[in-house]
Each structure stands twice: as C-alpha cells, then as structure tokens.
Write a protein that binds this ligand. Sequence first.
Ligand SMILES: Nc1nc2c(ncn2[C@@H]2O[C@H](COP(=O)(O)OP(=O)(O)OP(=O)(O)O)[C@@H](O)[C@H]2O)c(=O)[nH]1
Ligand SMILES: [Mg+2]
Length: 469
Amino acid sequence: MSPPLFVVVGHVNRGKSSIVSTLAADESVEIDAMPGTTADCHRYRMRIGESVLLEFVDTPGFERPRQMFAWLSAHETSTAERSKAVATFVDLHQQSDTFARECALLKPVLEEGLILYVVDVARPPSVKEEAEMEILRWTGRPRMALLNPIGSADYVDQWRSVLDQYFNLVRMFNPQRADFAERMQLLSALREMSEITRVPLERAIEAIQSDRRENFVEGASILAEMLADILTLTRQKRIGVDVDPEPYYTPLSDRYYNRIRDLESQAQQRLKHIFGHRNLSVQQEKIPELSDDLFNLSLWNHLGLTGPQLMATGFATGAAAGGAIDLAVGGLSLGAALAAGAAFGTAASWWAGRQLPRVKLKGIPLGGQMLQIGPMSNREFPWVLLDRNLLFFSIIADHPHANRGRVAIESRSIVAQFTTTARNRLERIFSQLRRSPGVEQVDYLKSTLADILTEYLLGDGAQKKAKNV
Ligand SMILES: Nc1nc2c(ncn2[C@@H]2O[C@H](COP(=O)(O)OP(=O)(O)OP(=O)(O)O)[C@@H](O)[C@H]2O)c(=O)[nH]1
Ligand SMILES: [Mg+2]
C-alpha cells in the first residue's frame, strides 16, 4: 500500500515549508523569513522504523498562475475534460522555463497527489491566488485549504467564503505553534480528504501514536539513568601521605561538578534525538538572573520541592535523620566544604547552610591518602535535577518542528505537584542511591525510577504540558 502523498502549495512565504516540517516532524525542512526560500520541489518521507507512512512534497508555489489559467481557459473543451487540460499543459510546458514551477508542482498532484493549499489569513485574498485556486480545482484532485494565521487572523472570514468555493475542506492550522495533539487532529482531518487515503492515514496515525509511547518509555529510562549516574557519582584523587589536601579540593570539585553537568547535557541530547529535535536550542527561561547552570541558586529557588514538602518527605522516608549528620560534611573542615561549594560559583554562605556532596579523606592500604568528593548528599538536589529535566522533556516532546527559534523552559515546579505517595517513593530511591549501593542495586533502583517516571509521563505528564514561552 503506497503512503498518501500530500503536495503543499500556496503563495510565496505563506508557511508551506513550516506545514511540511510540523506535519512530518522533520527539522531538516528549510524555513526562512526570506521569500523564495524553497526554490525547487522537495519530497519528504515520514518514516517510522522501515515503513514510510506519509509523503510530502514541499513546493515553491506558482509563479505565473494567471497566465497558466488563461491558457487552460483558452484550451477548455468540456468541464469533464478539465483535469486532462491540466495534464496537457504540463506535457507541453515541462521543458520550458516559463512555467517550470507550475509543472514541477502539478506533476506530483496529477500522480495521485492530495493538495494542501496554504493561505495566510493576515492578508486578504489576491487575484493571483484566485487563479491558483482555479487551477487546483481544475486538477480535480482532493484538496484541503489550511488557514495559517501569520501574525493575525484579520481576513479569516473573507478567506473562508472564498475557499469554500474551491476546497472540500478548510481548516485553521498554525504550524509554528501546533503541539502534538493539534498535529494529530490535523492528520485525522486529512482522512476525510479521500476514501483511498482513509486506511493508510489511520495506520499512520496509529503508528505515530505507538511510536510516541515508546519514545516516552525510552525518555523515562534516559532520565532515570541520568539521575542514578549523577546521584551515585564520586571523584577521587590520590595524594601523598603527609601532603596537605587543601589545594586539591577545588580542582577535584571542578571535575565532579563538570561531570554532573556533562551527564545532564548528554541526557538532554539523547532526548532531543528521540523527538527529532537534534538542532533545537533550549534554554532556561529568559530571566537574566536565571542562568542555565544547574548549580545556580535562583534556579534552585524556582524548582524542586517546597521547603515543607522536602521536610515532610524526609521524615516519611527517614532521610532527614541521616541527612542532619551530613551537615558537618563528612567530618571535614568548613574550609573544605566551602572549597567544594565555591566551584558552583555561587554564594558560599548559601551553600554552607546546605548539605554538600560528601568530601572524605582516608588513608589507603598501599600508602598515601585518598581524597573523595561525592556522592551528593544534598536532599534538594535530585528534585531540582528531576524537575528541570521533566520540564525539558515536556517541551521537547511537544515542540513543533517548524519552530526553530530558541525555546525557553519556564521555571515552575512539576515535582511539587506530585502526590505525597509519588514523592515518598522517589525520595526513598534517591536516598538509597546517595548511599553508594552496589551495581545490582543501582540497576534495580534505575528501573524502579524509570517505571515511576513512565507512569507519570504517560499519565499526568501527557495532560499537563509545559507551555512554550
Ligand atoms: N508567526 C508565524 N510565523 C510563521 C508561521 N508560519 C510560517 N511563519 C514564518 O513565515 C516565514 C516563511 O515560512 P516558510 O514555512 O518558510 O514559508 P514558505 O511558504 O515555505 O516560504 P517560501 O519557501 O519562501 O515560499 C518564516 O519566517 C516562518 O517562521 C506561523 O504560523 N506563524
Ligand atoms: Mg518554503
């Protein structure tokens, strides 16, 4: 069964390529504010696994629609023969430059193509566009008009009354803003275009939805793996027997924190990859004092659990009692603690009041001493880390592929909305991970964590989407 072929047509700079990009979830489609970006027809195949589910032809649109329509009118023999007249026109003109664009876009239309005609409802219909719509009607192929509100929807009523005369279906669709659900709604509406496309489109929609579920499960396991790797992370340095460890604290802390940053950004890269957004730039909200750094104090004030939630969760799981001892930072001097905290580049006084990663200095059997930093005993930390990456996940999973600007993540807590039961389950896992368990135990905790996150992402998380700023 061949996949449905949609040919996207419309005036220059009306968002044709944007529609292909968002519907096909393909970031490789060229989009630009400059008119004439798409100079030739390009075919995009939407694949899941081995099978091609949908095909799109992105076109530059018509160049001389009025001249072409004049030719068609002059050569009309009967209404029933109109599509033949279009085919004859293409045959006769395909070698000439004058109608190169017309021929290039009409060829795939005539070979079983379904027409998606894009208009910008911020401007009124023009004479040229009427000629385009006439030609498309003459092809006799199934066609839908998409109203793209670029900037405003001032002329939507005027457009509707014109489009109703030429198209079987008319729909509003904003490719720069549409989320996953809106994309699916449009694909469902496309089923109505023709009897022959109903079945392949239904199959495509089902495959896209099941692929998405798989992506969510994989995404949850990426998040779980990242949390477990970061929470169990330690860094060590061997030094001589009587050597003063003080100068080694800062470089060791730097290595430790940089590794955490790397693990987070690798996980985010993998999430981008899953959802086909390899080149998308995502940043923390555009508030100047909120830098992207994970160890930024103001970020911590916006994310994670609230103070009372953290305390309640700690008591419920017994983590608070153990945590209090860590205030002394593994028995090391406050100086060492501050050196470890200074690596964040934030106010040392703030960090001094919080539990830091453990810093240990111990003798080793073959002589010398081992300086170790980690695992992170700060109880807020996993919540901030999880929160920020759940926000990242929800942005990435719903971002339309046509929107190439920088995406901002709002700093609003997701984890603070979790049920008490979910918070306690997670806290128990976090506190077990902090105690450096063995490999098997870590694997078990990772998979439990992945299950909890999958449950959230496929349930509540899918409903409560993070909004794009
Ligand atoms: N605000 C807004 N901008 C849009 C929308 N759709 C497209 N644009 C912008 O309009 C410009 C043109 O979009 P394209 O998708 O490249 O349009 P096109 O019809 O393929 O353009 P050509 O290939 O040049 O004919 C880009 O700068 C898009 O970001 C929309 O729905 N809203
Ligand atoms: Mg284009």
